[in-house]
Design a protein. Sequence first.
Length: 138
Amino acid sequence: MDPIFKNILAVIAGILVGMVVNYSLITIGSSIIPAPDGVDVNDVNSLKDNVHLFQFKHFIFPFLGHALGTLAGAFIAARTAATYKLPIALVIGAFFLLGGIAMIMMVPSPTWFSTLDLGLAYLPMGWLGAKLAGNKSW
């Protein structure tokens, strides 16, 4: 298979796997740790109006979803890419970082969470995914 085509497929696969892991963890998390009473997590305005009701525990699964989704996506992308394994894993991290920035702009969150999420859940997890994929030839 052509290396360029294989790399493109690796990026697509990484994004899809990352999205599934992210969505799954956030969905599971909302059933384990329900939102505060009266908050509709599917309504952006409800989230904006009630973000002050959220406690630390409500941010655990969103962070895990972002971090582990990025990690899984970067791992799959680095593992399946033909060449440029680390840069491709970092592309996955950057893709999810842009999503994280967009989410923080749409739904306000505490500064500590935004800093932690943007600082640790995306690019570092992209790098770690590439490392865990065991590829030495970057």
